[in-house]
Design a protein around this ligand. Structure first.
Ligand SMILES: [Zn+2]
Length: 281
């Protein structure tokens, strides 16, 4: 049996907070504030053989800056990455309240920095559909420049056209077939609609939810149906719909250890697929 905890890993989707945001919000009971310290997370990485992790912004400047601007979000993300001795990388943020030309020039400015490895789009946090025109301009920019985009996709199940639904993601891919795309949370419980598309899929947040609903064997089949060459290990630490932050890694390893992936497949899911995803090729 492969022991997922022992395999060297990249966690391709986590959240950490700048120290000043943690300090200013320390009176609130909030998992991102309580568990978002870089220093604490570096210890968790060591304990779980996580060599590198990708910090995701929220498309909400109130979460990651004290002056509530995307420019400060970027400098905060970069500082966190630099302070980690290259163990942390980050995705660029956007603020859709800004004029699209300002957003694209801010992306130009930050994406030449080595700490930034892609752009995060979070249609649920912005309430704006992923196939809307503002995002279309960002997809065009990413497509033209070979930049990776990660899309949050955990749609409300009763809606076939939620802002982050597979049907809308497919509209985007119909326009940009060669886009470098990462789907967070597998596309939620509408994952079947995304099978076969040209994208990477990370198991952040959704893995324990899928096992809770379908059981371990069916969850294993679902992961295989997406494709071992497209699956990327990720947790969404410290956020979870069913776990406390300090339970997340142990639970992920417990569930994955029960599945039938070979050593080579686990190595690909844990690291090699993520490296392919962020490479320039
Ligand atoms: Zn997340």
């Amino acid at each position: 049996m492969v022991d997922w905890k022992q395999i060297p890993k990249i966690d391709a989707h986590i959240h950490l907070m700048p120290d000043d945001v943690i300090k200013a919000n320390s009176d609130y009971d909030d998992t991102f504030v309580d568990n978002g310290s870089v220093i604490d997370y570096l210890k968790i990485m060591d304990a779980n053989n996580i060599e590198c992790a990708f910090i995701m912004p929220f498309n909400d400047p109130y979460m990651l800056s004290m002056d509530f601007t995307v420019e400060t979000v970027h400098s905060n993300l970069q500082k966190m990455a630099i302070s980690s001795s290259s163990k942390l990388k980050c995705f660029a943020d956007i603020d859709i309240r800004k004029d699209i030309s300002q957003t694209l020039s801010e992306l130009d400015r930050v994406l030449i920095q080595k700490e930034f490895i892609g752009i995060k789009l979070h249609p649920t946090n912005t309430g704006y559909p992923i196939d809307g025109e503002y995002y279309n301009q960002i997809f065009k920019y990413a497509n033209d420049n070979g930049i990776l985009i990660e899309v949050h996709s955990y749609p409300r199940e009763h809606l076939s056209d939620d802002v982050c639904s597979p049907s809308r993601i497919k509209n985007v891919l119909n326009k940009y077939a060669k886009l470098k795309l990462s789907i967070a949370h597998l596309g939620g419980f509408q994952f079947e609609e995304l099978c076969g598309i040209n994208a990477y899929f990370n198991i952040s947040a959704i893995l324990p939810d899928i096992v809770n609903r379908f059981g371990i064997e069916r969850a294993n089949e679902i992961l295989r149906s997406i494709g071992v060459d497209k699956l990327v290990f990720a947790t969404d630490y410290p956020d979870s719909r069913c776990l406390q932050a300090n339970e997340i890694y142990d639970k992920y390893f417990e569930l994955l250890n029960k599945m039938d992936f070979s050593q080579e497949e686990v190595e690909n899911i844990c690291k090699n697929n993520a490296l392919k995803m962020i490479s320039d090729l």
